[in-house]
Write a protein of this length. Structure first.
Length: 402
């Protein structure tokens, strides 16, 4: 049976269609992926931590004596001038009131000291008489010795008695002074403390130790205070520094003089700063998870113009990024495009619509990008966040953005 040309053509077309459908059915669909282009640029690695501002020099004003603090004349935030502004006044403490028994004892002591004065004054009279007699005896013996009718030994005895009489007279006068002082002390115990305080005409005035403002004062009310008790603090809010609490492992990677940026401080733009000091000793701190950590304070100076951070004050919170390492021109790859297997880094490179699994070598990284040492060229595109189904040679297509 012969077939016509038309029948043959129709049959061939049918076979081709069926074959195409079979190929399409078994052909793998391209994977939608995100691509990023490899480019050159700067990379800065920082140590990030929370910090706070503090005034570099804070002066605490304390009570110099026990007494009654008068109501504070200033409030927190008031400006002060060194050596001119009165910041506090302390009136000396009054004597405590005496109960009946204590007053009776003090009265008895007062009478005793009065009697001691009279006894000491009598001793002065007696010793003065002994001194006058010893002086006359010495003068008479000296005259006889000059005339040759008295011996030298008798003259020396008379001189000794005279010196002893002089010493006794001096001692008696000293005992009178002591007795009078004791009497005054006993009288002071009995004096009315309210009257003594009323007679006081002045207080101990405390002046500002430095220019600045009042930073804190625990209590502005009048109250009794003890010597050394803190009354208020004074500091200059334009003389700020920043202190950052770092892990000791992070601190070892930093060097004095490193630049830093302050973010999240309340202003529109970041502030510039410079690392001035790393504390030489660490302290142990228990974290919220109960883990012991070694922490170190880093101190930074603000280098931005003071007008840019005029709103900052004592104890303000800031977020600090301290520069650890910088390169101004390097080939960079997103860290989301690289993965590690058997101590080797890889990435998927887009090549003609197919994925190419390529080994690469990377250097320093900042959490988002890494420096490419070898394996990639500028302008190549790599797959970011590659899915687990992506393999070498897979067909890929750029994911459509909604």
């Amino acid at each position: 049976m012969a077939f016509s040309t038309r029948s043959i053509l129709i049959g061939a077309a049918g076979v081709a269609l069926v074959g195409g459908l079979i190929v399409m059915a078994f052909r793998e669909d391209p994977l939608p992926v995100d691509l990023a282009e490899i480019s050159r640029g700067p990379l800065v690695i920082t140590v990030d931590a929370e910090g706070e501002t503090r005034i570099r020099d804070i002066y605490d004003v304390s009570a110099p004596i026990d007494g009654m603090l008068q109501r504070m004349p200033l409030q927190v935030g008031d400006p002060v001038q060194a050596g001119k502004t009165l910041v506090a006044e302390v009136r000396p403490a009054a004597s405590p009131l005496l109960d009946a028994r204590a007053r009776a004892e003090a009265t008895a002591v007062l009478h005793e000291t009065a009697a001691s004065i009279r006894f000491a004054e009598a001793e002065v009279t007696r010793t003065q008489a002994d001194l006058s007699f010893a002086q006359s005896q010495f003068d008479r013996t000296q005259a006889l010795a000059t005339a040759g009718t008295s011996s030298l030994t008798q003259l020396e005895d008379a001189n000794l008695r005279l010196e002893l009489a002089k010493s006794a007279a001096i001692s008696a006068e000293a005992r009178v002074a002591m007795a009078r002082a004791a009497n005054q002390r006993a009288q002071a115990v009995l004096d009315d403390p309210a009257g003594a305080e009323a007679d006081a005409t002045c207080c101990t005035a405390l002046l500002a130790p430095a220019d600045g403002v009042v930073l804190s004062q625990p209590n502005a009310s009048a109250r009794p205070v003890l010597a050394g008790e803190k009354l208020l603090s004074v500091g200059d809010p334009t003389n700020l520094e920043v202190v950052v609490d770092l892990l000791s492992a992070d601190a070892t990677r930093l060097r004095v003089g490193a630049t830093a940026q302050l973010d999240r401080w309340g202003g529109d733009a970041p502030l510039e700063a410079e690392l001035r000091r790393l504390e030489p000793s660490a302290r142990t701190v228990v974290s919220a998870l109960g883990i012991e950590e070694q922490r170190v304070d880093a101190v930074l100076d603000l280098t931005s113009p003071p007008a840019d951070w005029a709103g900052l004050g004592q104890g303000f919170a800031v977020f600090v990024r301290i520069e650890e390492w910088r390169v101004d021109d390097a080939l960079l790859v997103p860290l989301s495009a690289v993965f590690q297997q058997d101590d080797q880094w890889f990435t998927f490179v887009e090549s003609g619509g197919l994925s190419e699994r390529r080994p690469i070598s990377i250097g320093r990284r900042d959490g988002q990008r890494a420096v490419v040492l070898e394996g990639l060229e500028a302008g190549e595109r790599v797959v970011t966040h590659p899915p687990d189904t992506l393999t070498d040679g897979s067909r890929i297509v750029v994911r459509e953005r909604l």
